[in-house]
Ligand binder design. Structure first.
Ligand SMILES: NC(=O)c1ccc[n+]([C@@H]2O[C@H](COP(=O)([O-])OP(=O)(O)OC[C@H]3O[C@@H](n4cnc5c(N)ncnc54)[C@H](OP(=O)(O)O)[C@@H]3O)[C@@H](O)[C@H]2O)c1
Length: 297
């Protein structure tokens, strides 16, 4: 598995990371969660991404991966959800990090993101100061922002963060065009979330009210199916190799609770970037249809 320097943070991350949102589902057995998390590391994945809000995810990372702490870069997110503490305050940052360290049974979190807060919250000096304090105390190595659009652009230009996490996929290219070039120039690490567009192609009909609905509609509009078939690629192949090799992206955290999909994704990234003619076609489809499409949180 290719490992990449994570901007100028001093960390290295695998090109394919594990989005551990799905690992937090109560419907997933403890045994499968443990097997999946360990399989990811056994196969060379060195970035695991979780959050306060991902159900059992942080707890399960603690139960199944804490003993392998030096084998992976741990990314989490917070700013909310601590009982008795107001969201988006310095106190919730401090307590949130303490709770996360306990839940995950670790001494430090490599990358800690403010999780999708809006721009007015993001600019609060006391909140940013609490993040700096956590880094200086050694609880966090890189302070980061996860989000989209104007808030993300502000985060990249602020000089206050070492890395960002943002949506980058076939159907979500706002960050790729508007923010990733500046992030690269400034040496920020970049994690691509929702990197296979929530596998929206799997729905034969519009998935009304589902997470993937916006991407389903965008993929229909971009009409990528013809070029995909001509190139002899299946959807996961097209989607994953697009985001994994997008300029400025260091790691793509495909979310999965399915060990077969995990193994498949590991094989797919090994095939390298998409052929140039396919990329040119995607670029043209985005230029024609995607200019007004904002990043999806
Ligand atoms: N910061 C934020 O606000 C934020 C927001 C969204 C996501 N995230 C992070 O990004 C990660 C990934 O995002 P995401 O899960 O929303 O989107 P995604 O990675 O684009 O898509 C995940 C979906 O794709 C399916 N899948 C995975 N591999 C596949 C394959 N080879 N073929 C077909 N389907 C496949 C998964 O189902 P199976 O489980 O069946 O494999 C899951 O339904 C999350 O786990 C989380 O860590 C962060």
């Amino acid at each position: 598995m290719e490992q990449r320097a994570f901007g100028m943070t001093g960390l290295s991350v695998s090109v394919l990371g594990l989005g551990a949102g799905q690992v937090g589902a109560e419907s997933l057995s403890e045994e499968t969660a443990g097997t999946l998390l360990n399989r990811a590391l056994d196969r060379g994945i060195t970035l695991v991404d979780t959050a306060r809000g991902y159900g059992l995810s942080e707890e399960r990372i603690g139960r199944h991966l804490a003993h392998r702490r030096n084998d992976f870069i741990l990314s989490s997110k917070g700013g909310y959800g601590i009982e008795g503490t107001e969201d988006w305050t310095p106190l919730v940052i401090r307590r949130g990090i303490e709770h996360a360290l306990q839940r995950m049974r670790v001494d430090w979190i490599d990358i800690f993101h403010l999780h999708s807060c809006p721009l007015d919250v993001l600019r609060k000096e006391d909140l940013l100061g609490a993040l700096d304090d956590a880094r200086e105390a050694g609880y966090v190595r890189v302070t980061a922002y996860s989000g989209e659009n104007e808030a993300l652009a502000w985060a990249v230009h602020s000089g206050r963060f070492g890395s960002v996490e943002t949506s980058v996929n076939l159907a979500d290219q706002w960050s790729r065009h508007h923010v990733l070039p500046s992030a690269s120039e400034r040496g920020l690490g970049v994690i691509a979330k929702r990197p296979i567009a929530n596998a929206a192609w799997q729905f034969t009909h519009r998935p009304v009210g589902e997470y993937a609905e916006t991407y389903w509609e965008r993929l229909q509009t971009m009409n990528l199916d013809v070029v995909r078939q001509q190139a002899g690629l299946d959807w996961a192949d097209l989607a994953l190799r697009f985001s994994a090799y997008a300029p400025g992206v260091h790691s793509v955290i495909v979310g999965t609770a399915n060990i077969e999909n995990l193994e498949r994704n590991i094989r797919l990234v090994e095939d390298g970037p998409l052929p140039l003619d396919v990329l040119t076609w995607i670029e043209a489809a985005w230029a024609q249809h995607g200019q007004e499409w904002q990043g999806e949180v």
